[in-house]
Design a protein around this ligand. Structure first.
Ligand SMILES: Cc1cc2nc3c(=O)[nH]c(=O)nc-3n(C[C@H](O)[C@H](O)[C@H](O)COP(=O)(O)OP(=O)(O)OC[C@H]3O[C@@H](n4cnc5c(N)ncnc54)[C@H](O)[C@@H]3O)c2cc1C
Length: 501
C-alpha cells in the first residue's frame, strides 16, 4: 500500500501547486521578506513608510465572499462544517490544525485512548480548506482586530522552526466569526502557570502521560527515599468540576488496573488527591454527587476540601497552611476570557466575554459574530451567560452556519452587505443534560434541564454505558470513531498502553 499512499501524496502535491498564491498587493511584501538582495545603504535615514503587512486583501467582485473563522474548537469547527462553500470562501486562523474532542481528552492521559483518536484534522471537517482556491487554514494566532476596516491581524506560529521567526500578516473579511474559546483560570495564584499542567489540549495530555510514566519509573530505581517516592507518585488534581473528577477517576482506574500489575514495587506509594474549595460536581444533583464522592473514595481518590494559596515546584500550600507535596499537578478550576478577548475593541458581556445579541452578532460593528466559550449575551438581551460547554459551542456553530448561509443566499455575504437582511429566528439554547465518568465502569448521567428540574438522573454501570455510547456517536469522523472503538477494545483486553516513547 506504500506505493498507493505515495501516489496520493504526489497527486495532492500537484493539486496544491495549482492553488493560487495569496493575492496581491500583499504578496509583494511577502516576496520582499525573503529577498536575497542586499539592503540599500542610506546615508541619511530614509523616511519610513507605514508598516504594511502581507496577507489577504478585500475580496473582489466575481470572487466569493470570505468568512474568516478564528479558532478550531467545538464552535469554530462546527461552524466551518456547516458553511456552504459554494457561497463562501472559508479562511481559518488558529494555533492548532485540529479540533480536540475534549470529553475524551482525560482518557488519553493514562493511555485508555490514543492521542490521535481525539484530534480531528480540520481539513477533514471542512475539505474546502485544502481544496478551494480562496479557502485557507493559517497556523497562526489572531493578535488584533480592526472592525471598522474589516481586518484581522495575525501572527504565525512557527514553533521555533529555523530559520523562520513569527511574522505578522492581515486578513480582510466579509464576515468574521470569533470562536477563540477561553483560558483556564488560576485566580492569580502564584506558581500555577509554572508548575501545574492544564488539561485542555492534546499536548497537555501528552505532558501528563509523559510525567506520570516518568515518575513511575524514577520511583522504581534504587536510591530513591521513601519520602521522595511518595511525592513523585502523588498526583494532585485541583478543581472538582466534571473535568477534574473525570481525570481523577481515569487515574485511579489506571492505578487499580494497570499500575498494581505492572509497577507492583511501587503500587503502595501512588495516590490521587482531588482538592476542591466547595462540593465536587456542583452542577449535578445531591444524589449523584454523593454517589460520585462514594465511588471516588472507594477507588482510592482522597477528596480534600481546601483552597490553594500558593504553588511551589514540588508542593502546594493550602489556605490553612497545610503543605501537599506532589509529583504531578493538574489544574482544572474553570475558564475565563483570554487576554486577547479582553483586549478586543468590541462590546462585552457580563464576565468579560465578547458580547453578542440573540443572533450571535456583535452589536455596534458590522459583520462580526462570536460563538462558544468566548462569547456571552450582552446585558440588554436579558439572557443569562451560557455555560462553557461543548454542547453550547457546537449548537451555536451550527446555528450560525445556517444563518450565514441564509444571508449569503439572500445576497448579503459581502462586507456591509447584510444591513438590510431581516433577521428572524434567534438562537435558543436548550440544555440536553450532563454526563461525567468516574472510572471503573461507573458514570453519572443527568438529563434534566436544570439542577432542580425534572427528568432522568442515573448513576452506575448503565450511565457508564450511556456515556460511552453517546460520546462514540458524537465523535466527528468515522475514522476517529473507529480509532476510539478499537482503543477501548484493546484497553479492555490488554490493559492500557504504558509505553514511554
Ligand atoms: C478536558 C475537558 C473536558 C470537557 N468535557 C466536556 C464535556 O464532557 N461536555 C461538554 O459539553 N463540554 C466539555 N468541555 C468543555 C468544552 O470542551 C468547551 O466548552 C468547548 O471546547 C468550547 O468550544 P470553543 O470552540 O468555544 O472553544 P475551544 O474548543 O477551546 O476552542 C478555541 C479555539 O481557539 C483557538 N485559539 C485560541 N487563541 C487563539 C488566537 N489568538 N487566535 C486564533 N485562534 C485561537 C484555540 O487554539 C482553539 O482552537 C470539556 C473541556 C475540557 C478542557
Amino acid at each position: 500500500m506504500a506505493w498507493f499512499r505515495s501516489l496520493i501524496q504526489v497527486s495532492a502535491a500537484a493539486r496544491s501547486v495549482t492553488k493560487p498564491r495569496i493575492s496581491d498587493p500583499f504578496s509583494y511584501t511577502l516576496l520582499s521578506r525573503f529577498s536575497s538582495e542586499p539592503a540599500p545603504i542610506h546615508e541619511t535615514p530614509a523616511p519610513q513608510p507605514p508598516i504594511q503587512y502581507s496577507g489577504l486583501g478585500p475580496t473582489k467582485p466575481g470572487e466569493k465572499p470570505r468568512v474568516v473563522v478564528l479558532g478550531t474548537g467545538w464552535a469554530g469547527c462546527r461552524l466551518m462544517k456547516g458553511l456552504d462553500t459554494d457561497i463562501y470562501d472559508v479562511v481559518c486562523v488558529s494555533p492548532r490544525n485540529h479540533m480536540v474532542f475534549t470529553p475524551l481528552l482525560a482518557s488519553t492521559c493514562v493511555g485508555t485512548l490514543e492521542f490521535r483518536s481525539v484530534a480531528e484534522p480540520i481539513g477533514r471537517i471542512q475539505p474546502a480548506i485544502s481544496r478551494e482556491p480562496g479557502s485557507y487554514f493559517f497556523l497562526s494566532n489572531c493578535v488584533g482586530l480592526e472592525p471598522d476596516k474589516h481586518l484581522v491581524q495575525c501572527e504565525t506560529v512557527t514553533d521555533g522552526a529555523e530559520p523562520l521567526k513569527p511574522w505578522k500578516f492581515e486578513i480582510s473579511y466579509d464576515k468574521l466569526v470569533i470562536a477563540l474559546g477561553a483560558k483556564p483560570t488560576t485566580f492569580g495564584i502564584q506558581g500555577v502557570e509554572e508548575h501545574a499542567i492544564f488539561l485542555r489540549e492534546v499536548y497537555h495530555a501528552q505532558e501528563i502521560r509523559r510525567k506520570l510514566l516518568l515518575n513511575l519509573m524514577l520511583s522504581d530505581v534504587p536510591g530513591v527515599s521513601e519520602e521522595e517516592k511518595s511525592r513523585l507518585l502523588h498526583c494532585v488534581v485541583v478543581g472538582g468540576g466534571p473535568t477534574g473528577v473525570e481525570f481523577s477517576g481515569e487515574l485511579s482506574d489506571f492505578i487499580q488496573r494497570d499500575v498494581r500489575q505492572r509497577y507492583s514495587h511501587v503500587k503502595n506509594y501512588i495516590h490521587v488527591t482531588l482538592i476542591e474549595a466547595n462540593e465536587i460536581l456542583s452542577s449535578f444533583d445531591d444524589r449523584l454527587r454523593h454517589y460520585a464522592t462514594k465511588q471516588l473514595t472507594k477507588s482510592g481518590v482522597r477528596l480534600v476540601r481546601g483552597i490553594v494559596k500558593d504553588v511551589k515546584a514540588q508542593k502546594i500550600i493550602l489556605n490553612d497552611g497545610t503543605e501537599v507535596p506532589y509529583g504531578l499537578l493538574v489544574w482544572s478550576t474553570g475558564v475565563g476570557p483570554s487576554p486577547l478577548v479582553n483586549s478586543l475593541p468590541l462590546s462585552k458581556a457580563p464576565g468579560g466575554r465578547v458580547g453578542v445579541d440573540e443572533w450571535l452578532r456583535v452589536p455596534s460593528v458590522q459583520d462580526v459574530y462570536s460563538i462558544g466559550d468566548c462569547s456571552g449575551f450582552v446585558e440588554s438581551t436579558g439572557k443569562p451567560t451560557l455555560p462553557a460547554l461543548a454542547q453550547v459551542a457546537e449548537r451555536q456553530g451550527k446555528y450560525l452556519a445556517n444563518l450565514l448561509n441564509k444571508i449569503g443566499k439572500a445576497g448579503g455575504g459581502r462586507a456591509n452587505g447584510a444591513k438590510e437582511y431581516k433577521y428572524e429566528d434567534p438562537f435558543v439554547y436548550k440544555h440536553l443534560g450532563s454526563m461525567a465518568t468516574l472510572g471503573r465502569y461507573k458514570a453519572l448521567v443527568d438529563l434534566r434541564q436544570s439542577k432542580d428540574g425534572k427528568g432522568l438522573a442515573l448513576a452506575g454501570f448503565t450511565s457508564w454505558f450511556i456515556w460511552r455510547s453517546a460520546y462514540l456517536t458524537r465523535v466527528l469522523s468515522w475514522r476517529n470513531r473507529f480509532y476510539v472503538a478499537i482503543n477501548w477494545a484493546t484497553t479492555f483486553v490488554f490493559g492500557r498502553d504504558i509505553t514511554r516513547i
